[in-house]
Design a protein around this ligand. Structure first.
Ligand SMILES: [Zn+2]
Length: 403
C-alpha cells in the first residue's frame, strides 16, 4: 500500500480549451500504436469531415495512398504542429482555405502559420455551450482539473460561450496577434494576453535545438533576432502579458537575449511567460530569473525523453525539462515564477504526477509540494484529488472527490 494524500484540483496553466472542446468527440489516436487499427477507425467514420487527434509519429507514419482512399480526413499530430490532410479533404477545402491546403506539407510554413491552422481545425466543428460544459465537467474535472487556460482563443464566440454558461472563472484567454486585432474592444478586455510561437515542437521535429535531430532534421526558428525584437516591442504597446512558445535551446537562448535588452527599456512588457522551455541553459535561466520571466512548463513532457528518443540525442534526452537545475541552482520557485500545465498531452493529474515524481532522469523530478505549489488550485473548495503514491512500483492512483 502506498502513501495517501489529498491535494487540491489542478490549475492547468497551459492547454487549448477552445480547440480541445471543439475536438472533444474526435477520434484520438494517442493510445493507438497499430497503424492498421488507426486506418480502420478512420475508414469507419461516418462524419462528413473526420478530424483525428493524437497521431504520434514515433509509432508510425501514413503513406499518401493509405489516406487518399478514405473519406475526407484531417489528422493532427499529437504535438499539434504537424497535420495531414488527405486528397478528398484537400479538395473539399481548397476554395475556402487555399493557402493552408497548398502549404500543409511544408513544415516551415506550418510553423509560421500555426495559429491560423489551429483555428481552421477548431472551426471545422465549432464548439457550443454544451461542448464547453461537458469538456470542463465531463472531461477535465474527471481528470482532476478545475481551471484550464486557453492558450489560443479560436474565435470571438468562445468568449461569449464562457460568459453565457458562467465559466469565465475557470479559464483565461490568450490570443494570437491576428485574432486579438480582429476583436472588438469589449472582447479585447477578456483576453488576458498575447501568445506567439518562436519555434516548433519535438513531435513534428521542428523545435529549434542547437543540434540537428538525430534523424537529420533541423528545427525551425520562426523569427530572425531583429524581427523578434520588433515584434516584442510592438506587443509591449498593448500593455498585456505575453506568452511565448519556445521549446528548443536555440529558441530559449534567442528569446532571453532579446528580452534582456527590451526589459531594460521603457517599453517593457508587463508580464512575460515562456511556454514549454524544455531545453534551456543555466545561463539563460539565470538571466530569465533576473528579468522576472515566468516559466510555464509541462511535467508531462518529461516523457519526451523516452518517447522521442528516436529523434533526440542521448544528451538532449537527458537535459529535457531540467526542473532541479531551475529550482535548486537558479532559484525558480514553483507557484511564483515556475508554473505547470499539460498542453493536453494528456490532460489530468494522474499522468502529470507520475511524470513529476517518477521521471526517467533525476533532474526532471519535482517533489509533491512543488507539484502542488505550481500546479494546483490554492484551496480545496471546488473539490480535491485523493492520491496514493506507491514508491516501490513507481505508480500513482488518483480519485477525484468533491466536498
Ligand atoms: Zn500549447
Amino acid at each position: 500500500m502506498g502513501k495517501k494524500y489529498d491535494i487540491p484540483l489542478l490549475k492547468d496553466h497551459h492547454t487549448h480549451t477552445s480547440i480541445y472542446a471543439s475536438l472533444i468527440n474526435c477520434i484520438d489516436l494517442s493510445a493507438v500504436r497499430d497503424k492498421k487499427k488507426a486506418l480502420l477507425w478512420m475508414k469507419k467514420s461516418r462524419e462528413e469531415i473526420t478530424v483525428i487527434i493524437g497521431w504520434n509519429s514515433s509509432f508510425y507514419y501514413f503513406e499518401d495512398e493509405e489516406l487518399d482512399c478514405l473519406p475526407p480526413v484531417i489528422i493532427c499530430n499529437i504535438s499539434f504542429h504537424d497535420f495531414l490532410i488527405n486528397r478528398p479533404a484537400r479538395e473539399r477545402f481548397f476554395d475556402s482555405h487555399k493557402e493552408i491546403i497548398s502549404h500543409i506539407g511544408d513544415g516551415d510554413w506550418v510553423e509560421r502559420n500555426l495559429s491560423a491552422i489551429l483555428k481552421f481545425v477548431a472551426n471545422i466543428k465549432p464548439c457550443n455551450d454544451d461542448q464547453v460544459r461537458s469538456f470542463f465537467d465531463g472531461y477535465l474535472l474527471k481528470n482532476g482539473i478545475w481551471y484550464a487556460e486557453d492558450m489560443l482563443l479560436a474565435d470571438r464566440e468562445i468568449v461569449n460561450i464562457f460568459q453565457r454558461i458562467g465559466y469565465s472563472e475557470r479559464t483565461r484567454f490568450w490570443a494570437d496577434i491576428e485574432t486579438f486585432d480582429s476583436l472588438d474592444s469589449e472582447a479585447k478586455k477578456y483576453v488576458h494576453g498575447i501568445k506567439i510561437f518562436i519555434d516548433g515542437a519535438l513531435g513534428a521535429k521542428t523545435a529549434a535545438l542547437k543540434e540537428h535531430f538525430s534523424t537529420g532534421e533541423r528545427g525551425i526558428l520562426i523569427y530572425s533576432d531583429k524581427k523578434l525584437s520588433n515584434t516584442l516591442m510592438q506587443l509591449s504597446k498593448l500593455k498585456k502579458p505575453v506568452a511565448i512558445h519556445a521549446v528548443g535551446d536555440l529558441a530559449t537562448d534567442q528569446l532571453i537575449k532579446i528580452l534582456s535588452d527590451i526589459q531594460k527599456t521603457e517599453s517593457c512588457i508587463p508580464q512575460i511567460r515562456i511556454e514549454h522551455v524544455q531545453f534551456i541553459s543555466k545561463e539563460s535561466a539565470e538571466t530569465a530569473k533576473s528579468l522576472g520571466i515566468v516559466l510555464s512548463m509541462q511535467p508531462n513532457f518529461n516523457n519526451d525523453s523516452i518517447q522521442y528518443a528516436d529523434r533526440l540525442s542521448a544528451k538532449y534526452c537527458k537535459c529535457n525539462n531540467p526542473f532541479r537545475m531551475l529550482i535548486d541552482e537558479v532559484g525558480y520557485v514553483p507557484g511564483e515564477d515556475l508554473i505547470f500545465g499539460s498542453d493536453g498531452m494528456p490532460h489530468g493529474a494522474q499522468y502529470a504526477l507520475e511524470q513529476s515524481l517518477f521521471p526517467r532522469y533525476a533532474d526532471q523530478a519535482l517533489t509533491l509540494e512543488e507539484f502542488i505549489a505550481g500546479y494546483c488550485m490554492p484551496d480545496q473548495k471546488n473539490g480535491y484529488i485523493e492520491i496514493e503514491i506507491d514508491e516501490a512500483e513507481k505508480n500513482i492512483k488518483t480519485e477525484i472527490a468533491s466536498n
